[in-house]
Ligand binder design. Structure first.
Ligand SMILES: Cc1cc2nc3c(=O)[nH]c(=O)nc-3n(C[C@H](O)[C@H](O)[C@H](O)COP(=O)(O)OP(=O)(O)OC[C@H]3O[C@@H](n4cnc5c(N)ncnc54)[C@H](O)[C@@H]3O)c2cc1C
Length: 391
């Protein structure tokens, strides 16, 4: 191992790979380390829905910036991300109409193409959908989903092309300090030195932070997705849907399948060891998610279940990441805890991290909202609406 770097990044998910790419583009000598492979954590198992529906200006801007990257991925990163622009539908109960309208206004102000849609207009876009009178709908024609595995590997390859050294199957076991400043890390393959270290270890973020004596509230929570083969007459891909009435989301998957998952805060109760949990989908989950899905999209009653899998989110108390230097002035940074919605923000997060580590005075995306101290200050990130945990 060549041991002296400007920055060491722990974790090669979307956050670590995008950050490595951006830092290397600014001329830093970077080491990117993962105890497994590229995308071995949440990223490789992500549903990778790319939507703009956020209720804070910062996250809406980050989502929009990232969408533009996904749309022009070959030119901006290189390689493929598998972006499929299918449109994104948000459905809320009529009682949440005011919140939905406020969000759509905010998103339009930052430049997102989004609009409220009538039931009739939605049925034209998505024949067979059941929405009734008590549902309100917003629609983003430019959103969709990507292939998370292709995306994260494309970022890793782009980072390599800019000179980043990638150490796989290499676990960081300790972080070295001299006085108050970080000087490097110990790994299963030896020591590496750098004056800047980024903890982008996702659901393992709390374990890595504990190496420097900092306790961060990030839990690994088991989540599941399941698949259904769309029946005859409905083979064509449909838009991506987030249905906050049934607390589900669904999107087309390759092979004529539809992927179904939950947007349910109770998923934070399923705390697991991220290194050891049942990665098969539970039978009860498949039945429950299937029933919710069919309520919204009745033609799917004739679909065939094709199983599913379990993975994990790294969840914080307010479902938003911690992006900060902790301890302050140490050169040790954290960017983790994206709580089930970090994939789509990945391109913008890389810029946020690069600005933070290089001390950019006027960052494009100021991480202040995600500061670690917000929990002690009782200032968690709050959504502007009640209908969801998604930001
Ligand atoms: C089923 C599912 C569906 C999702 N759907 C969406 C979605 O539709 N849209 C969306 O935007 N987001 C979605 N997400 C969330 C999104 O995928 C995550 O927020 C994002 O991938 C987190 O990326 P990360 O880089 O922070 O963490 P990870 O991808 O988990 O990467 C962390 C890496 O750190 C490594 N690591 C840990 N400890 C060490 C150590 N000591 N030494 C070295 N390496 C270490 C791990 O091996 C891992 O590769 C979903 C996630 C899941 C699981």
């Amino acid at each position: 191992m060549s041991s002296a770097y400007d920055a060491i990044i722990i974790g090669a998910g979307i956050v670590g790979c995008s950050s490595a790419f951006q830092l290397a583009k600014r001329g830093l000598k970077v080491a990117l380390i993962d105890k497994g492979n590229i995308g071995a954590g949440s990223t490789g198992k992500s549903s990778a829905v790319i939507r703009q529906h956020y209720s804070n200006e910062l996250t809406a801007r980050m989502a929009l910036h990232s969408l533009r990257v996904f749309q022009n991925f070959e030119a901006q990163v290189g390689g493929e991300c598998g972006f499929a622009q299918r449109g994104f539908v948000t459905m809320v109960a009529a009682k949440d109409q005011a919140g939905l309208e406020a969000n759509v206004n905010l998103q339009q102000k930052v430049g997102v193409r989004t609009e409220l849609l009538s039931s009739e207009a939605l049925k034209e876009i998505m024949p067979g959908v059941e929405i009734g009178d008590l549902v309100r709908v917003a629609y983003e024609p430019e959103s969709g989903y990507a292939d998370p595995y292709l995306t994260v590997n494309a970022y890793a390859n782009a980072a390599r092309r800019h000179g980043v050294s990638v150490y796989l199957n290499t676990e960081v076991t300790d972080v070295h300090f001299e006085g108050d400043r970080v000087v490097g890390v110990e790994t299963s393959g030896g020591r590496l030195d750098a004056p800047l270290v980024l903890n982008s270890a996702g659901a393992w973020g709390a374990r890595v932070a504990a190496m420097v004596g900092v306790e961060v509230p990030i839990k690994a929570c088991r989540v599941q997705v399941t698949f259904f083969r769309r029946p005859q007459g409905y083979e064509a891909p449909h838009p991506v849907v987030a249905d906050f009435i049934h607390a589900t989301y669904f999107r087309p998957e390759t092979g004529g399948l539809t992927l179904v998952g939950l947007v349910d805060p109770s998923e934070a109760d399923a705390v697991v060891d991220p290194d050891g949990y049942d990665e098969r989908a539970d039978f009860d989950f498949v039945v429950d998610a299937g029933e919710r899905f069919i309520c919204r999209y009745p033609p799917m009653e004739h679909s065939e279940s094709t199983g599913g899998y379990a993975s994990h989110y790294g969840v914080t108390p307010d479902w938003h990441p911690i992006v900060d230097e902790v301890p302050a002035g140490s050169g040790f940074y954290i960017c983790a805890g994206f709580s089930g919605h970090g994939f789509k923000l990945g391109p913008a997060v890389g810029l946020m991290v690069a600005d933070m580590l290089t001390g950019e005075g006027a960052p494009e995306f100021d991480p202040h909202l995600f500061r670690f101290g917000r929990y002690a200050e009782d200032e968690p990130v709050r959504g502007q609406y009640d209908y969801s945990i998604i930001g």
